[in-house]
Write a protein that binds this ligand. Structure first.
Ligand code: ADP
Ligand code: ASP
Ligand code: MG
Length: 438
């Protein structure tokens, strides 16, 4: 069984949905299709929620009306028979009435998550009806019945496996199974989600739960490019990546993949293909256990990083210093991305300011603390095994004109990370492409 995930742009209009239907029906094989919300929808749902947090029902209603009107147009374009036109409109009415029901209620994070889940519920409902109209035996698998996160917000893999398999066992004999990306329940049974961009994660969690033959992530570009195409010209698709390289790139900002979606595939050794809905014949990128030796694979950048430097004149003598520093971050459940040390201090980076001031207060017990906000981690991924020479000098020669705040090399043989000020990010990405992919 293959799992195929289509992102927002891939299902962003009626003609695009029809293209996706052609694509998934082409080979006649049974498959699971994971869909995101139509492009722009989740952003609009975030906007609606922000108005409702501010008790601005008029603002929310304006965005809701605009969105509903757009969906009525999609419905008119998608279905060709009056019967399915009506079914489509009924789906939209029901979902939008539900969204509107929140405009005169107390609004908290629980209501927000209900609203955010509507995009995927609508897109999968529309696509399912479209396949039925075409005479395809389509089955809708409700993600809220099997996708769950635990109290640490980690996927509850045993629950997912058991429940997804049970639902599939009860629903045999279909051609295509459609399900929602992104949405899930939490350990309290409430509607929740896998964070923005999380539909990729849904696909890989399903792939892992079913030990699928392959996970395909269909998007609007022909695979993982060797640098961020939003900031660098003439980037090229990388035809093969190892799980480790792909995981580093996804975690450090390559938007084409959700940060944690590689792990379930890696653990179960399931190949992941990144493919282009606009150019389905393009090779794209194959992510697998195979490591291409001795090369720089790609560069990515992660924004909104905060660097903290903790200086202690007694650090050299004080064994246990690092442990105490790490315990502070642990106590605020704040992961550290990069770390560098010297005899008098340690620099670390974090990607959230949620507990920043508490963390700083606690760290001050051990020495002075300097904070640099608006930093950016540049990640260079590839195979830099210890016996390969020349990578560090090629990287730093390329960055000769860019001020560097931190360097991390050797944590794994697949990553070199460099911290730069956010204002130098684009220059750093461009210099690295010019220097490393001549
Ligand atoms: P989807 O909606 O299909 O999930 P995303 O917008 O999340 O699509 O991801 C695809 C986008 O990721 C591309 O359009 C591209 O702009 C961006 N991107 C950033 N870095 C890379 C990269 N290294 N390779 C390919 N795409 C990248
Ligand atoms: N619709 C969600 C988002 O826009 C999830 C996804 O597209 O992967 O973030
Ligand atoms: Mg995405």
């Amino acid at each position: 069984m293959k799992i195929l995930k289509f992102g927002g742009t891939s299902v962003g209009s009626a003609p695009r949905m029809k293209e996706v239907a052609n694509l998934v029906l082409e080979d006649g094989q049974v498959k699971i299709v994971v869909l995101s919300a139509m492009s722009g929808t989740t952003n609009s749902l975030v906007e609606i929620s922000n108005y409702l947090y501010k008790k601005n029902a008029d603002g929310a209603n304006e965005v809701i009306s605009k969105l509903e009107k757009k969906y009525a147009e999609h419905i008119a374009e998608l279905y060709s028979t009056p019967e399915y036109q009506e079914k489509g409109m009924e789906l939209i009415r029901e979902r939008f009435n539900y969204i509107k029901s929140f405009t005169n209620k107390v609004f908290t994070v629980f209501e927000e998550k209900e609203i955010l889940s509507q995009g995927e519920l609508i897109s999968t409902g529309m696509f399912h009806l479209y396949l039925l109209e075409r005479g395809v035996k389509s089955c809708l698998l409700p993600a809220l019945d099997y996708m769950r996160i635990d109290k640490n917000n980690e996927p509850d893999t045993a629950y997912i496996r058991e429940n997804l398999n049970a639902i599939l066992a009860k629903n045999q004999g279909f051609d295509i199974y459609i399900t929602q990306g992104y949405i899930c329940r939490n350990s309290f049974g409430e509607v929740d989600n896998l964070q923005r961009g999380g539909s990729d994660y849904t696909a890989s969690l399903i792939g892992a739960a079913l030990l699928a033959d392959e996970i395909q992530i269909w998007t609007d570009i022909d695979g993982m490019h060797n640098n961020d195409p939003r900031f660098v010209d003439n980037t090229k698709p990388v035809s093969e990546l190892s799980f480790d390289e792909a995981a580093e790139l996804a975690y450090f900002g390559a938007k084409i993949l959700h940060p944690t979606c590689v792990l379930p595939a890696k653990v179960n050794n399931i190949p992941v293909r990144l493919l282009n809905t606009m150019d389905p014949k393009a090779h794209g990128t194959l992510i697998s256990g195979h490591q291409c030796p001795d090369r720089v694979a790609a560069i990515a950048a992660k924004d909104n990083i905060i660097a903290l430097r903790i200086k202690s004149s007694r650090m050299f003598l004080a064994y246990g210093f690092m442990r105490k520093v790490f315990e502070v971050f642990e106590s605020y459940k704040t992961p550290i991305d990069m770390i560098t040390t010297s005899e008098v201090g340690v620099s670390v980076t974090i990607d959230t300011d949620r507990h920043l001031y508490d963390i700083i207060d606690d760290l001050k017990k051990f020495g002075t603390v300097e904070v640099d906000k608006n930093q950016c981690i540049i990640c260079i991924a590839g195979d830099f095994a210890a016996n390969k020479k020349g990578y560090a000098s090629a990287i730093f020669d390329s960055l000769a004109e860019v001020p560097i705040r931190m360097i991390s090399y050797g944590g794994s043989s697949h990553n070199v990370s460099i911290l730069v000020d956010a204002q130098d990010k684009v220059a750093a990405l461009r210099c690295l492409s010019a220097g490393l992919f001549k």
